[in-house]
Write a protein of this length. Structure first.
Length: 275
């Protein structure tokens, strides 16, 4: 995040916003800047990619499904916009620790123990590590002691749209993002790679709520896509994973998507029309 902060300081904050006597490295200034940047960035990612997905990928026929709520899209957006600033508070604390040099993020490819190979392997490692972390956190949030208070609001959306992707209770939203933030404190990761992965995971989160169930046939039971996550919203105890089905299979919570078996939401609507 220090790359973004440095760019913001250089091109906007130092010349136009902050008093000249307030140094760029001062902790209070960094915290304030990170809070603003994090919120604006999250808002931009959510609204930009959510809108693109909603208008160009999401199948609007799903809005006629009996479990699609009245004014659902508006409610999803309002809930997300209310939650994002609160999610950003602990997130900013972790970004601040990164900026102050406590993480294992590095600037140059030469700093990687294995060069470009190390960068590529770190990307794979990041995906598998965060997939594992999110699986167990997500599954824990379904425990009766946590579900009603923190995770139930996200399950209001049985037939989700891309705008449901970030419509979490703030505690739920932060807990499920925690593996992304923990990773660079445990393992070396290139700073630009980290930013790219951070954008990717937000876009992926939107994509598994987009109602587009198409996955290459060979990867249907490997990749956790929108069909898998739709069944999670519909049937509750299945498909907790984020990118892959690996941990659901290990944990006994994998369910073959009903959309792949002719029993999904689209098939339900087709049968209604036929009646």
């Amino acid at each position: 995040m220090d790359l973004v902060l440095d760019a913001a300081d250089r091109h906007l904050l130092t010349p136009y916003v902050y008093p000249t006597g307030w140094p760029e490295g001062e902790p209070c200034r960094q915290l304030l800047s990170l809070f603003v940047i994090t919120n604006l960035g999250a808002l931009a990612l959510y609204l930009l990619f959510g809108t693109l997905s909603y208008y160009f990928i999401f199948d609007h026929r799903l809005k006629t499904h009996p479990q699609f709520l009245e004014n659902q899209v508006r409610r999803e957006i309002v809930y997300a916009l209310r939650s994002l600033p609160w999610i950003s508070v602990p997130t900013v604390a972790l970004f601040f620790a990164e900026v102050r040099g406590y993480s294992k993020l590095y600037d140059n490819i030469e700093d990687s123990p294995y060069g470009w190979t190390g960068v590529f392997l770190s990307m794979l490692s990041f995906l598998f590590f965060t997939d594992m972390g999110i699986y167990w956190i997500h599954r824990a949030l379904h425990h009766k002691l946590l579900y009603k208070r923190f995770h139930k609001p996200h399950h209001l959306w049985k037939i989700a749209t891309p705008f449901a992707s970030h419509a979490f209770h703030p505690v739920d939203g932060f807990m499920q993002s925690l593996p992304y933030h923990i990773y660079p404190f445990l393992f070396p990761l290139h700073k630009v790679t980290y930013l790219g992965l951070y954008i990717f995971v937000n876009v992926w989160t939107i994509s598994i709520h987009d109602g587009d169930y198409r996955v290459p046939r060979l990867l249907r039971h490997v990749i956790n896509g929108s069909a898998h996550h739709t069944d999670h919203h519909l049937y509750f105890d299945y498909n907790y994973g984020q990118y892959f089905t690996l941990w659901d299979k290990i944990g006994g919570s994998y369910k073959s998507p009903t959309a792949f078996e002719g029993k999904g939401p689209h098939d339900y609507l087709r049968k209604l029309r036929e009646k």
